[in-house]
Design a protein around this ligand. Sequence first.
Ligand code: ADP
Length: 193
Amino acid sequence: MVNLILFGPPGSGKGTQAAKLVEKYNLLHISTGDLFRSEIKNETALGLKAKHIMTTGELVPDEITVGMLRNKVLANPDVEGYIFDGFPRTIPQCEALNQLLSENSEEVTLLIELEVEDEEIVKRLLHRAKTSGRADDADESIIKNRLEVYKAETVPVSDFYDKLGKTVRVHGQGTIDEVFSRLSNEIDSTIVC
Ligand code: ADP
């Protein structure tokens, strides 16, 4: 199996690139942000818990996020691999993912980090707000909070996998196709070796 983590700040293009990678490599895309938004839309108990937290830009507690992710993985065992998008976002989530994969003698293959400057992120998210309807995209102070949370709680995830020799960093600016070809090159060189 190929178990990829697509990593990067909010608005770095993870969702856009994941959609293209899924087609090329035949993997299942799991976005915890999308899973939460679907729970909110369906007004589930989990959605109700996550809703307020998400509109402030803070992280949903690990036990809620990990439980939801685990259910999604266990419900889809017959796949060639996964693209995790927006997960793991904290060190306890890294440990939970390692545990979950190791139950099937699997491990994280590669973490690819999309590097995008803060200024570009704010621009992209404010633009996305016009069509996404996401409250967390529409307000610059919430975007700034998401970036702070990313730096404080999520950047250590990339270092965690770096210590295992599994992190690669890719320039996330340029056209969608340019970024996609950088990602594909990294994946191809890892899978071949
Ligand atoms: P983005 O990558 O643009 O910030 P996402 O759609 O991935 O947006 O996530 C939106 C929100 O959902 C986050 O700000 C956070 O509140 C919540 N969320 C998503 N994934 C996680 C996670 N792994 N752990 C905790 N909270 C999460």
